[in-house]
Design a protein around this ligand. Structure first.
Ligand SMILES: Cc1cc2nc3c(=O)[nH]c(=O)nc-3n(C[C@H](O)[C@H](O)[C@H](O)COP(=O)(O)OP(=O)(O)OC[C@H]3O[C@@H](n4cnc5c(N)ncnc54)[C@H](O)[C@@H]3O)c2cc1C
Length: 402
């Protein structure tokens, strides 16, 4: 059902029921919504405010149900154990799965598993069998390490980590920075420079096993509780068979994947903001000040209305990017437009909702202050807003921008 989510908009079996989604897309949305309401959100009750993991037995129970629903590793291909959803399917799931306290960083509290970095599927059959399949099957995480202390916005120039060929191995030396889940992963993807010292030339993609000597990690405490890590490689030896693609092909392999990945990333922020808006609406309908409900004040109504308008626009931009990608179009520009607009909108909406709740907005009793902190990162991760605007400007101006 899911892979066939059709980009067609005119009539027939996929006719849109609400002007935005086809009927089978609405069914997918409804399935995830029901699962979030009946299973995921209740499982979070009683956990600490900043928790980013469910107790194991709870997670096992939810993951079993998600597998039965066909929602297991929704971004990974079906032939390798994932659900293989279209990009439209992925954004529908991403939006709904972010409507929990753990929000967009741990969608559905991990119930849908943890898709491995998609570049692994550009690897050989042997690499997929050895690394991707078991991770998907067991629900394990794998990290993706491109950023370094020298920068993440422009990794082609910033990467300093080197991989020196020695016989049937490469010797890896350097530091990766901000790496999410580096502590929980048994393997991950690392980009390093082989030979060439400048720009993209020489940047090569490797699979790194965390159980070999020469790798260590240190936590980087940040604004969210789910902290990323610094990864150190000192004479870490990688067998040649763990190289993905050829030497120097790293960026070529990963570029379109990064572009596509921004679309569900953006959708997750819409889900969080929509959940915040629903909380603020409920609050405004029962909270009185100066003898009247907040809901009756125009100042509050406008905050709610602006949030609804901006979220609808963000959702349409995200869907547009996803539909174009599913139709085989290049979405470099569309994914940047969607990423900037959705992440900036989500930050604004959560901020307004905090204002409507007053003190309760920043209390840890409610999820809003956690979402506020997490949405702040979304304008930086996966390429900061400025870099996305640069991509848009390049498309508009061609070679006039550097
Ligand atoms: C919590 C968290 C988790 C992360 N997880 C991962 C991960 O798992 N794997 C991974 O590889 N990376 C990860 N990152 C790194 C993230 O992708 C980078 O932080 C991001 O790409 C920006 O890189 P930087 O922080 O080095 O900022 P820099 O590249 O130093 O840029 C700093 C700022 O300068 C501005 N800027 C940059 N270029 C331009 C320009 N051309 N014009 C105008 N302004 C510009 C932007 O505002 C930018 O925020 C994570 C980051 C965080 C905070």
């Amino acid at each position: 059902m899911l892979q066939s989510a059709s980009p067609r908009r005119e009539g027939g079996p996929h006719e849109s029921e609400d002007g935005t989604y086809a009927s089978e897309e609405l069914l997918l949305r409804e399935t995830v919504r029901r699962f979030m309401t009946n299973d995921v959100r209740p499982a979070e009750e009683g956990l600490p405010h900043d928790a980013y993991k469910l107790p194991k037995e709870q997670l096992d129970r939810l993951q079993k149900k998600a597998r039965e629903l066909g929602l297991w590793n929704v971004q990974s291909p079906e032939e390798h154990g994932g659900a293989g959803l279209s990009l439209v399917g992925q954004v529908i799931v991403a939006e709904e799965a972010a409507k929990c306290r753990m929000g967009a960083y741990i969608p559905a509290c991990g119930a849908f598993g943890f898709d491995p970095p998609s570049v692994i599927f550009r690897g050989s059959q042997a690499q997929i069998e050895k690394y991707a399949r078991p991770a998907i099957e067991r629900g394990e995480k794998a990290f993706f390490a491109i950023s370094e202390p020298s920068g993440g916005s422009d990794p082609a120039r910033a990467i300093r980590t080197t991989a020196r060929r020695e016989g049937d191995e490469y010797v890896l030396n350097g530091t990766k920075f901000w790496i999410t889940a580096a502590n929980e992963s048994t393997w991950g993807i690392v980009f390093a420079r082989v030979g060439a010292e400048k720009s993209r030339e020489g940047i090569t993609c490797f699979i790194v096993d965390m159980n070999r000597p020469g790798v260590s990690h240190t936590v980087i405490p940040v604004i969210r509780s789910y902290a990323p890590f610094e990864l150190h490689f000192e004479n870490y030896r990688i067998p040649v068979e763990n190289r993905i693609g050829e030497e120097g092909q790293g960026f070529q392999l990963v570029n379109d994947l990064l572009v596509h990945g921004r679309v569900p990333y953006a959708a997750g922020t819409i889900g969080v903001a929509q959940a915040a808006l629903e909380l603020a609406i409920d609050w405004a309908k029962q909270r009185q000040t100066f003898g009247a409900l907040l809901a009756d004040r125009q100042a509050i109504q406008w905050m709610l209305a602006d949030s609804e308008i901006e979220l609808r626009a963000a959702r349409l931009l995200v869907l547009d990017a996803a539909r174009r990608a599913d139709a085989g179009q290049d979405i470099k520009m569309e994914s940047s437009v969607a990423k900037v607009f959705a992440t900036e909108t989500a930050g604004r909406v959560v901020d307004r909702c905090i204002q409507i709740l007053g003190g309760m907005g920043v209390a840890q009793e409610m999820p809003l202050e956690r979402w506020y902190r997490e949405m702040r990162i979304k304008r930086i991760g996966e390429g900061p807003s400025e870099v996305q605007r640069l991509v848009v400007a390049r498309n508009l101006l061609g070679s006039r921008t550097r």
